[in-house]
Design a protein around this ligand. Structure first.
Ligand code: ADP
Ligand code: MG
Length: 413
């Protein structure tokens, strides 16, 4: 069924059309109706499957037709999320979808002045998307009133758990009316998440999309066995053979990110790097350039593995395997988002085979092997027209830096 045929406001249909959303994703197909009917919903679907619109569409529709409008300062729907980036991203989706409605959308996050936020709240807000810190702050100052908030959305519940926000979920309930609709969304589910979820929902409709595979069906993913030192040639080949594609490359460390970038630069391939060494404003610039497609290669550490939605990534490359099996799922989930298809390649060196086993056991199945015959392998390694101007000092310095980084990492654990 297409969105055109849905029993939702034409204002929403118009926005959906402009956004290029023609038909619902699986989770949207299953969640929209029960939410419209007023049920609590417990939705589990892999990352990138369109969970945001799965709740935003029916929530906006319902709010358009609220009969007894409470005091305008009383927020009607609260969406609680773990990070600032997610809050802003979700607010953006609500605003796009709600463009032709009169509903007011407010993001409430830390790290910015309170004054403007307090003003916005006083002017009235229909949907509030908040991170816990600032929200509780304003609740305690009585600048925020959730007494008439009849819809509570907990999004990215698994991330909430990782960030240690469990108590906040339990606490926020105390500020909401008993009679409410609760929508609980998560990319993964385990017994701990289940326990929390069942503590706050009532007779929920449970929706789980392909629980046996944590990777979305829109993503085809392969592993290729490549020696550590040859990886850059294979990356170069992929880049050169797909001149139009947007490629997100994951490496293990900050030093590796810069080194891969340097190797690409030597063969005249323009890249961006993203890691803990970049400050907040640099990060925003980098993400903007990559999102817009101005630069189509981004080399990053796991900093970018979770949650954040980057449009139209064609390929994810695990240049290095992740240190934690779960991150594999988050990384490959940066492609194949919504109804798009995506491909992920993992470059596995002999010393990473143990990690590969861990990932496969986490996935519950082996990853397809991309067989590279000897000839292709040899061709790829000479494929490059790079002038080898590495000198030993640079190599040694890199090796030392990396060893030092590994040491501090171990100490931290
Ligand atoms: P999740 O929260 O499940 O990880 P998001 O809600 O961030 O996923 O959506 C992932 C991407 O899919 C976004 O870029 C979004 O614009 C796109 N998308 C969502 N629903 C649809 C749809 N019905 N048609 C096309 N694209 C969609
Ligand atoms: Mg999401």
């Amino acid at each position: 069924m297409r969105f055109e045929q849905y029993k939702i406001a034409t204002e929403l249909k118009r926005a959906l059309d402009e956004m290029g959303f023609k038909k619902p994703t699986d989770i949207q197909y299953k969640a929209i109706r029960p939410i419209l009917e007023g049920n609590d919903v417990l939705g589990v679907a892999q990352t990138g499957t369109g969970k945001t619109a799965a709740f935003a569409i029916p929530v906006l529709h319902k709010l358009m037709y609220v009969k007894n409008r409470p005091d305008k300062r009383q927020t009607k729907c609260l969406v609680m999320v773990p990070t600032r980036e997610l809050a802003l991203q979700i607010a953006k989706v609500f605003r796009e979808l709600g463009k032709y409605t009169k509903l007011k959308i407010t993001a409430l996050v830390g790290g910015v002045e309170q004054e403007h936020q307090i003003e916005q709240l006083a002017n009235g807000t229909d949907v509030l998307i908040a991170t816990p810190g600032r929200m509780f702050d304003l609740l305690h100052q009585q600048k925020l009133d959730l007494n008439k908030t009849e819809i509570l959305v907990l999004d990215e519940a698994d991330l909430m758990l990782d960030y240690g926000f469990i108590k906040d979920i339990q606490d926020v309930i105390k500020f909401l009316p008993d009679y409410r609709q609760t929508l609980f969304f998560s990319a993964t589910i385990n017994s701990e998440i289940k326990e929390i979820a069942y503590g706050i929902v009532r007779n929920p409709i449970r929706i789980q999309i392909s629980p046996q595979d944590p990777v979305s069906k829109n993503i085809t993913h392969f592993v290729a066995f490549i020696e550590m030192d040859d990886k850059r040639f294979f990356l170069e080949r992929l880049v050169v053979e797909h001149p139009e594609s947007k490629i997100l490359i994951f490496v293990r460390t900050k030093v590796r990110a810069e080194r891969v970038a340097a190797a690409m630069e030597r063969v005249k391939v323009k890249t961006l790097t993203m890691h803990s060494g970049k400050d907040q404003s640099e990060r925003a610039e980098i993400m903007k350039a990559f999102a817009s497609g101005e630069v189509r290669l981004l080399i990053t550490t796991d900093l970018n593995a979770r949650g954040v939605d980057i449009p139209n990534v064609d390929y994810v490359v695990n240049y290095d395997l992740p240190d934690e099996a779960e991150n594999y799922v988050h990384r490959v989930g940066r492609t194949g988002r919504g109804v798009a298809k995506g491909t992920a390649y993992s470059f596995c060196a002999p010393e990473e085979k143990e990690m590969l086993k861990e990932i496969e056991s986490y996935l519950g199945k082996p990853i397809h092997v991309l067989e590279i015959d000897k000839e292709t392998y040899a061709d790829t390694v000479v494929f490059t027209d790079e002038v080898n101007n590495d000198n030993w000092q640079v190599l040694l310095r890199n090796a030392e830096q990396e060893a030092a980084e590994r040491k501090t990492k171990k100490k931290k654990r």
